[in-house]
Ligand binder design. Sequence first.
Ligand SMILES: Nc1nc2c(ncn2[C@@H]2O[C@H](COP(=O)(O)OP(=O)(O)OP(=O)(O)O)[C@@H](O)[C@H]2O)c(=O)[nH]1
Ligand SMILES: [Mg+2]
Length: 235
Amino acid sequence: MIDAVVPARNEAATVATVVDACRRCSAVREVIVVDDGSVDDTGDRAAAAGAKVIQRGGAAGALSGSKAHAMEAGVAASDAPALLFVDGDLLGLTSDHLDEVCRPFIEGRATMSVGWFDYGAWNPLVLRLPPTTGERVVPRWVFEAIPPEKRDGYTIEIMINEVIAEGRLPTSARIMRGVTHRTKRQKLGRLEGYRRTWEMFWTLLSLPLTGVVRWRSYWFYLRGLTVESRPAGGR
Ligand SMILES: Nc1nc2c(ncn2[C@@H]2O[C@H](COP(=O)(O)OP(=O)(O)OP(=O)(O)O)[C@@H](O)[C@H]2O)c(=O)[nH]1
Ligand SMILES: [Mg+2]
């Protein structure tokens, strides 16, 4: 049994289609959207699309939340033994993509199964990078194994990877054909978008450089990795 957890802040443009794709995914029981501080009607649209909506944090517009804490709140609101995390800003996502991302997990071939955006000619390379994607299914215990002080902002995906790698557990990765997202530039404008993207990129890069994450984790990750050759959503 899998519950979907969708962190969403100011994603009114996309959250309803994401919720709909999750609800139609045959592996998913309940869809939980965690909204904090949205100044648009993300929460209302998610609820109208059939999600259970958790409102976190402070007033609308307050920047007190974090993606990691939103995911944590979603996990806490669920009693499912496995969670499918899905970002709320995706474009082109359907339940077919999610069904196929879940399949290796359900079949017991992978402890973690991730779906990557479609980067065209770069896909063979992307599939072998440490996954930073927000679309992945893991057992509940994997998320709970992350120490609370490491549940912070956009680095949360790397911390999930670390639990998998250090446990020498198998991962399955595949491309979700045609799936992308609204970038920070589209959401925030060029200047602020580039600034935040650079900030996020630098935070992620600094993890191995400052020793927060060990390089050997990547080696263990690669050894447990199966790249699924057929993209999800491809007919
Ligand atoms: N509830 C909640 N959701 C968040 C928060 N920060 C980010 N999110 C959501 O997490 C998802 C991923 O965040 P993005 O900002 O799109 O991050 P990204 O896709 O990794 O980054 P870009 O490539 O720069 O767009 C989106 O659905 C966001 O709305 C937060 O503080 N609270
Ligand atoms: Mg995004």
